[in-house]
Design a protein around this ligand. Structure first.
Ligand SMILES: [Zn+2]
Length: 199
């Protein structure tokens, strides 16, 4: 059975951390948005309506306070934040019940995890997406610790561009050695372990 946030809200007495991971193009953000959409519909009927916030990392110097993240025809407003301190301040001020964070690898993951543990201990539901590995198949710093702390760990797999089977790696086509590149399909393709090893 598929995991969904509305089900997890019934499953746990207090707070919890739900991690959606996988390589690039595995549909992590889409799954995150679907989860938030389900809770919004649940909120129409439930007595205990859950206040949701979605954070996105600020990836460059452009001034930006909010951004709409969409999946199919459904759009969700996100709060764009530069760092973990900004997330902590926003949560302290607005006291959401559900804290969603997209693309956690762009933050200091260990610093963020310390905050998330505190918030989950306070009863907050945390849902986030994170890339598991960089282009060289190395785990991002702090991701292993994040996985260990999560109540729910969901790994998504796109289709391998090399063989059409299940992919688990993000293969970089460009020559830049920057670990994190802001870019789309032109720079990376999903590959499976076997196809990745042949490159
Ligand atoms: Zn393959």
């Amino acid at each position: 059975m598929q995991i969904f946030l509305d089900g997890a809200l019934e499953m746990y007495r207090g707070g919890f951390i739900y991690v959606i991971t996988g390589s690039m193009f595995s549909g992590k953000t889409g799954k995150l948005i679907r989860n938030l959409r389900r809770v919004e519909i649940r909120n129409k009927y439930a007595e205990d309506k859950k206040k949701i916030v979605l954070f996105k990392p600020q990836k460059d110097d452009r001034h930006q306070t909010s951004e709409v993240v969409s999946h199919n025809d459904y759009k969700f407003e996100a709060v764009v934040v530069p760092d973990v301190v900004a997330i902590a301040a926003w949560v302290e001020e607005h006291q959401p019940d559900i804290i969603a964070i997209d693309e956690v690898q762009f933050f200091d993951v260990l610093e963020l995890l310390a905050l998330l543990i505190k918030l989950a201990d306070q009863g907050k539901a945390i849902i986030l997406t994170v890339l598991d590995q960089d282009f060289a198949c190395r785990p991002f710093d702090g991701v292993a610790e994040l996985f260990a702390e999560a109540e729910i760990l969901e790994k998504l797999h796109p289709i391998c561009e090399g063989c059409g089977k299940r992919a688990s790696r993000s293969f970089r086509l460009s020559d830049s050695d920057k670990v994190i590149q802001v870019g789309g399909k032109e720079a990376y393709i999903p590959l499976c372990r076997a196809c990745r090893n042949e490159h």
